[in-house]
Design a protein around this ligand. Structure first.
Ligand code: ARG
Length: 728
């Protein structure tokens, strides 16, 4: 009881006090108490009530979490409402999956773009949902009321899950709302967010990828950047303005608030504010966690994803249909491996683990000064060190076999494992039932939306990578298989699967289902490989999971201790919680940076850079003729800056991460000046440690967005719908 009370008291304590601008993803609910004075000093002209209010319309009502389905637990991107008729801006890379799904070779909106001329031409984007925050509240006390000191970590988590579910159900008002409870500060506080989820969302407009994804994966995560990374959707509601499944009867949503769009542009040091749904940061990660990631987890995932995207690239660039089929999948994998590559580089270069180790040394000193603290925190860092080191050792043995087992015919073979097991029981009834359930398998579905040559090559390359990663000692079973049956040639094994496995084609699967025979599956090369993968993982999975649990528990304990440490040693320091896919606000300024000695990066880039990067016919750097013509003629209309140039993107010091993509960046008056869409290479370590000197958010300028809509696409119907403002 007392401990719980102490925790809550501390939680409140740590949230009051002075803050530093730029760093931090803050909870809007606390803006008045924690941030407002600072924001006003930096230039903000809105009142706290205009930012966040649960009774009156406020800025928060224009911010949208994008997700899939009608009961999301988190958000992959952010959008903002920009008209009284539910018009929503987000990034091109956020709408990418929807645009892909609506594209065919005949109507290739990825390549050519799409612009609805009126409501009737807008295209239902199935699956995507738009969540609006109704309110949020602190539920730490309720959650902690079901915990006690004798619980194990697993019992504690279970009790929290049960209580959270109960609170969420009570707040849902019979399904009207989607309440989500999330843990903060590694489970040291809990907040509930109540959302209204709209599922009728339609594609209104998108530039071609040569604008929306200009620079492709080469420019991704980098500045200078010349990408028009935006797309446009509309949220629909029923006649009463409530969420409703798609229906032609639905009406454009009349929102509580929409953002005006400013043509004023940006100057160095201008106040900026970004609201959105950052997904994950790990700002409280220890040096041991960093070592684990840099040495084990990141390189493992990096190598697998890079291999997969390299193969995809080869086939996508040759064939428009294949390009559409794999577009979003490839973009996601490439975005991740390049991020991990950047993190490995910059965590080292920016000496993040070393700086964390210094903090840990100070923490240890503080712990050792007091026996009660030694009791509680004396082992936390050692335990983390040990368990991360163990996890680092076994991580390759988890992820490599896991991804191989998810590849092509091996993944399909896996689905027949239950049948084989049943057949081996020799219970006639059960075997009959299992054979009957095989009849329900849709063999064609396994191969739908896949390209055979691409998938085949992926299998070959994945098996090669796996074979080269683990030697005879690390995985004798697979090694012996390749040695004995294929004379040491892993490609021969891959070809055996592709040529002879039941699971390599829909036809052979259908033939097998018509006359099932478990013995045949057991001898099947894809099934044999699947089993070696499972056996490889089996050796490590249980201890790996156990170590991950211990890591969780001790991260929770470390952050608890760290907050006490700060409260005592640096009273007044406000801590902000890690990103966790809940609505946050970050504020800062427009700012240039120095990526290296003697190098200065401007805070804006212009359309001239598009011409500089232009490579005719290139997969990533081609430019549509119409855009070339407009830029060459400097025909920028009201979207030009005072020098007659067209600003494409700009930099700010705001603290964001993945999930913030599509977020509005606003000026001191809460007007839209751009859309956040990326972070910069030199600060790729930023999810673990914010780097004030180096870390920047990359935003597409609202004037470029409007220029593309208006001058490039001629979609004046959309321009007319916006509230465009310009101060003089
Ligand atoms: N780095 C951006 C993010 O994580 C995604 C950019 C997508 N573009 C790309 N070339 N893959 O939000």
């Amino acid at each position: 009881m007392k401990k719980t009370f102490l925790l809550v008291a501390l939680a409140v304590l740590s949230l009051v006090g002075k803050v530093r601008a730029d760093e931090g993803m803050w909870l809007p609910m606390f803006v008045e108490r924690l941030n407002y004075v600072d924001m006003e000093k930096m230039g903000l002209q809105l009142t706290p009530e205009e930012l966040y209010s649960i009774n009156n319309s406020s800025l928060k009502d224009a911010i949208v979490g994008l997700s899939n389905g009608d009961r999301p637990r988190g958000f992959f991107c952010t959008g903002e409402i920009v008209s009284g008729k539910g018009l929503m801006f987000t990034n091109h890379h956020c709408g990418y999956n929807s645009i892909q799904k609506l594209s065919t070779v005949e109507h290739d909106y990825l390549t050519d773009g799409f612009w609805a001329k009126d409501f009737s031409e807008e295209l239902p984007a199935e699956g995507i949902s738009a969540s609006f925050l109704v309110r949020m509240e602190d539920v730490t006390a309720e959650i902690f009321s079901v915990l006690n000191d004798t619980m194990t970590w697993a019992e504690r988590n279970k009790a929290i899950a049960v209580k959270a579910k109960e609170l969420e159900e009570a707040a849902s008002e019979d399904g009207k709302y989607n309440p989500i409870i999330k843990g903060f500060f590694e489970g040291n506080e809990y907040y509930m967010f109540v959302y209204q989820v709209y599922t009728d969302v339609r594609l209104v407009g998108t530039p071609p990828s040569s604008i929306g994804k200009f620079g492709g994966d080469t420019d991704n995560w980098m500045w200078p950047r010349h990408t028009g990374d935006f797309s446009i959707f509309r949220v629909y509601a029923d006649a009463e303005g409530n969420p409703a499944a798609y229906s032609p009867e639905n009406k454009p949503l009349n929102p509580k608030h929409h953002l005006p769009v400013s043509l004023d542009g940006v100057k160095q040091d201008d106040f900026t504010m970004i609201w959105g749904f950052p997904g994950t940061t790990e700002r409280y990660m220890t040096s041991f966690g960093i070592d684990y990631n840099v040495e084990s987890f990141y390189p493992t995932i990096h190598d697998i994803f890079k291999l997969q995207t390299d193969v995809m690239d080869e086939f996508m660039q040759k064939d428009a249909a294949v390009n559409i089929m794999y577009a979003d999948n490839k973009a996601g994998l490439a975005n991740t491996w390049k991020n991990f590559e950047g993190q490995m580089l910059m965590l080292r270069k920016n000496k993040v683990a070393e700086r964390k180790a210094e903090l840990e040394a100070q923490f240890t000193e503080w712990v050792n000064a007091n026996p009660a603290r030694v009791d509680e925190y004396g082992n936390v860092l050692n335990t983390l060190a040990e368990n991360y080191a163990f996890a680092a050792e076994v991580t390759p043995s988890i992820y490599y076999p896991n991804f191989v087992s998810q590849t092509g015919p091996i993944a399909i073979a896996a689905e027949f494992g239950a049948y084989v097991e049943t057949a081996n029981l020799k219970d006639k009834e059960a075997v009959k039932a299992a054979e009957e359930s095989l009849q329900g398998i849709d063999a064609d579905a396994y191969f739908a939306e896949t390209h055979k040559a691409l998938e085949d090559k992926t299998l070959v390359e994945m098996l090669k990578l796996y074979y080269n990663t683990f030697d005879a000692e690390a995985n004798p079973e697979f090694y012996n298989l390749v040695e004995k049956k294929y004379k040491g040639d892993v490609v021969a094994l891959a070809n055996d699967i592709l040529e002879n496995s039941i699971f390599a084609s829909a036809e052979s699967i259908k033939a097998f289902i018509a006359k099932p025979n478990a013995k045949k599956v057991e001898k099947d090369p894809a099934y044999v490989v699947f089993n070696t993968m499972i056996n490889h993982m089996l050796g490590s999975i249980a201890p790996y999971r156990a170590s991950m649990q211990i890591i969780d528990e001790n991260n929770h304990l470390f952050v608890k201790g760290l907050r006490e440490f700060y409260a005592e040693t640096q009273p007044g320091k406000s801590l902000y919680p890690d990103a966790n896919s809940s609505l946050r606000m970050s504020y800062g300024s427009v700012r240039d940076y120095q990526p290296a000695d003697a190098v200065q990066y401007d805070y804006v880039c212009t359309a001239n850079g598009i011409l500089e990067k232009y490579v005719p016919g290139d997969y990533e750097f081609d430019v549509p003729q119409r855009l070339l013509d407009l830029i060459n003629a400097k025909d920028f209309g009201q979207y030009a800056d005072e020098n007659g140039e067209l600003i494409v993107c700009f930099l700010s010091t705001n603290d964001i991460t993945g999930g913030n993509s599509g977020s509005p960046i606003m000026n001191a008056k809460g007007e839209l000046i751009g859309l956040a869409f990326d972070g910069n290479w030199e600060a790729m370590s930023g999810d673990i440690n914010f780097e004030p000197k180096l870390q920047r958010t990359i935003n597409v300028d609202a004037r470029y967005v409007l220029f593309v809509i208006d001058k490039f696409a001629g979609a004046t119907n959309l321009i007319d719908e916006l509230t465009i403002v310009k101060s003089n």
